[in-house]
Design a protein around this ligand. Structure first.
Ligand SMILES: [Zn+2]
Length: 349
């Protein structure tokens, strides 16, 4: 399997985030992607290539232009005020306030974000832009005939909506790739989000559309971030009604429960009959993940890949979360190796 990877992710290294009611050093750190890349090489998964640059146009198919302008220019505006530390939002337009867009940097940042988990640093735009190009390049390889590809994106993307950043995410790499498939002739794309957290950004982007089916398996928002989306009764709206499905699971869920939700997700995806599948591949479902509450073990990820392969569809894997840094490479690559092993066994036939 071809892996697309850009060193530009090192340009983004936030100092701290607001998580669990505290200011903490960022769990989302550069060594995450480094470990995954090392594992890809150690296991000889396949070639590793740098991304091509498709420009901003395919990103603008998903993200609001005003949001992109703000994000791209935020750091220069910030240092022009004499500041040099990461920018963090601290005021958001909650229910009793107006959802107007202020003209000041910090006002706009509150307008364009939903939490204090996505700091902007000097290199954040370039890192996120390159991650989107990683996803687009992997997508292009499949458009050119590859059956599968791995977009080793960092920062992750599934919490980012059209004009909202948060949860370590700025640009929604999986959504951008899914849209590119549609723009290049595919009719139906299914996104399977296996990250521990609900893919609220992806859901929001496609909630009223029928050309992208979204399924997410995640920690129940009654107890877990992002708290305000990801419930089972969110099934899509308008033209999108029936094309969104959530599997919120209880704390402590292990493979027996999680695998059953995967089976159910795959059944729904099979019913949808997509041309192609995009997997939002987070491995923060791992039992030793420092910010998560599920109990998957490393061999479970092989089974995850096998079950996805059994769908028998071209599949693009897009890296999302996973914060047990030492094991992130093993678990992520296990999914890819399980997928490839199943293909070799003819499970997709
Ligand atoms: Zn996550």
């Amino acid at each position: 399997m071809l892996t697309i990877y850009s060193d530009d992710h090192h340009l983004h290294h936030g100092r701290c985030e607001l998580i669990d009611g505290q200011l903490m050093p960022c769990f989302e750190m550069p060594s995450r992607a480094d470990h995954v890349l090392q594992r890809v090489k150690d296991r000889e998964l396949g070639p590793v290539e740098a991304p091509r640059d498709f420009g901003r146009a395919p990103i603008e198919r998903i993200h609001d232009k005003g949001y992109l302008d703000f994000f791209q220019g935020a750091w220069q505006r910030w240092i022009a005020t004499g500041r040099e530390d990461d920018i963090m939002p601290f005021t958001w337009p909650a229910r009793t306030l107006r959802a107007i867009k202020p003209t000041t940097l910090l006002g706009e940042l509150g307008y364009y974000s939903f939490d204090g988990g996505a700091p902007i640093t000097a290199g954040t735009w370039q890192a996120a832009y390159s991650a989107a190009q990683v996803a687009l390049t992997a997508q292009a390889s499949m458009q050119a005939g590859a059956y599968s590809a791995f977009a080793l994106c960092r920062p992750p993307g599934h919490h980012a909506a059209s004009d909202v950043m948060g949860g370590y995410c700025y640009l929604n790499n999986a959504a951008i790739a899914a849209q590119a498939f549609l723009d290049q002739g595919h009719k139906r794309v299914a996104i399977l989000d296996v990250d521990y957290h609900h893919g609220n950004g992806t859901q929001a982007i496609f909630y009223e559309r029928s050309d992208v089916f979204f399924a997410s398996i995640h920690g129940h928002p009654e107890f877990e971030f992002p708290f305000f989306l990801g419930y089972a009764d969110e099934v899509g709206e308008g033209a999108g009604e029936g094309f969104n499905i959530n599997y919120p699971l209880p704390e402590g869920s292990a493979w027996d429960v999680w695998g059953a939700a995967l089976d159910a997700s795959c059944q729904r995806i099979d019913d949808y009959a997509p041309d192609v599948i995009v997997v939002s591949l987070g491995v923060d479902t791992f039992k030793n993940d420092p910010i998560s509450q599920f109990k998957l073990d490393s061999p479970d990820y092989l089974n995850m890949g096998k079950r996805i392969a059994a769908l028998g569809k071209p599949t693009l894997f897009v890296m999302e979360g996973g914060y047990a840094v030492e094991e992130i490479g093993i678990n992520a690559v296990n999914v890819l190796e399980g997928f490839e092993a199943a293909l070799k066994e003819g499970a997709h036939a």
